[in-house]
Ligand binder design. Structure first.
Ligand SMILES: Cc1ncc(COP(=O)(O)O)c(C=O)c1O
Length: 349
């Protein structure tokens, strides 16, 4: 579990599977650049780079995120992406971290790199990769899971996630894709519980992977423990501006519209893919991507690539193998290119 090769696999992300000129189903970012209004907001903040990020800048970002989630400003911690939140987890000094898999691998990598003992809780394909809170070892004082989960696209019931809470345990819910689920029915972002830490990202919805912007939501003392080893001025003025801008009501309305569109595109894509002989689709799916199972997955991935289509390999996720592929949900036209290519490839036997 600690080999270099294993860590290399955990470090793999969809951006490596994508490539110039390829139709990108490997990376789950909705837009290829931020919308014009957000770009303008960021450009307007460039002059603020002439001074250190101020308490007022940070306060504005915290206040906006707090208002968006019905919380207090001191329950918000702006982050350089949700990924920074994972990197900070060792600061909580956990004794045993339970990682619920298959899931995004950065939390495990961050914890293992800091020599935290980790245990994997593997959810079962035959059970629809459903969360069973009882499967998490009682001694785990840190539990990390995604909701909705990358790469299975499963949305766990909030009630089942809450069952993980215990005195003396921190439960981290990676909600990097929560804003892509219309009305966010299972989000815990607004829930106040002493050991609950919710991580949110601006990356996917707003086309901002290059900025590194997100925030954590949790009790002030938990956020304080989490951030004790951060440098001074840990996030820059543009990140703070992005957090404030993307939490405003007009941005929320836009993201809710986008979520509804993604939802419809995903349902159509899942139905079309499931109708291709030889393609299994993990369902019910609620995120803007789908987990597929095909025989000879590696060959299929390579053949798609030859046809100019990039999909995400699944075998780097604990609990999955080479026959698993993850595909992003795009617009109807692009989705049909993927469906036709798979139909063609698998039809050739
Ligand atoms: C499930 C999940 N969580 C978190 C992240 C990281 O988000 P951020 O870009 O905010 O660091 C990703 C990025 O791929 C992800 O897929």
């Amino acid at each position: 579990m600690t080999s270099g090769e294993d860590r290399e696999l955990l470090r793999h992300h969809g951006d490596v599977d994508a490539g110039p000129g390829l139709l990108d189903f490997a990376v789950n970012v909705r837009l290829d650049r931020p919308p014009a209004w957000l770009r303008d907001r960021l450009a307007g903040a460039l002059d603020r780079l002439g001074h250190y990020p101020s308490a007022a800048d940070e306060g504005a970002a915290r206040a906006a995120a707090a208002a968006r989630h019905g919380r207090e400003a001191d329950e918000v911690l702006p982050l350089a992406g949700a990924a920074e939140g994972f990197a900070l987890l060792p600061s909580l000094r956990p004794r045993l971290a339970a990682l619920v898999h298959p899931s995004f691998t950065e939390p495990e990598l961050a914890l293992r790199t800091a020599d935290v003992e980790v245990t994997r809780v593997l959810l079962d394909a035959d059970d629809g990769y459903r969360l069973r809170a009882d499967a998490v070892p009682e001694q785990a004082d840190l539990v990390v899971l995604g909701n909705p989960t990358n790469p299975t696209s499963v949305l766990h019931p909030a009630e089942e996630v809450r069952r993980l809470l215990r005195p003396g345990r921190v439960v981290v819910v990676d909600e990097a894709f929560a804003d892509a689920v219309p009305a966010e029915p299972e989000s815990l972002a607004s829930t106040r519980e002493p050991g609950l830490l919710v991580l949110r990202s601006l990356t996917k919805m707003w086309g901002l992977p290059g900025l590194r912007a997100g925030y954590a939501l949790g009790a002030p003392d938990l956020l304080h423990r989490l951030s004790r080893h951060r440098p001074h001025w840990p996030v820059n003025a543009l990140v703070l501006e992005a957090v404030a801008a993307c939490c405003e009501p007009s941005a929320l309305a836009e993201s809710e519209r986008a979520a509804a569109e993604l939802d419809a595109h995903r349902a159509a894509l899942a139905a079309d893919l499931a109708a291709v002989p030889g393609v299994g689709v993990a369902e019910p799916a609620r995120a803007p991507f789908l987990l597929l199972r095909v025989d000879d997955g590696e060959k299929v991935r390579a053949a798609l690539r030859e046809r100019g289509i990039a999909v995400r390999r699944g075998d780097t996720f604990p609990g999955l193998g080479p026959d698993h592929l993850r595909v992003a949900v795009r617009g109807a036209e692009q989705n049909s290119v993927l469906v036709e290519a798979l139909r063609d490839l698998l039809g050739q036997g």
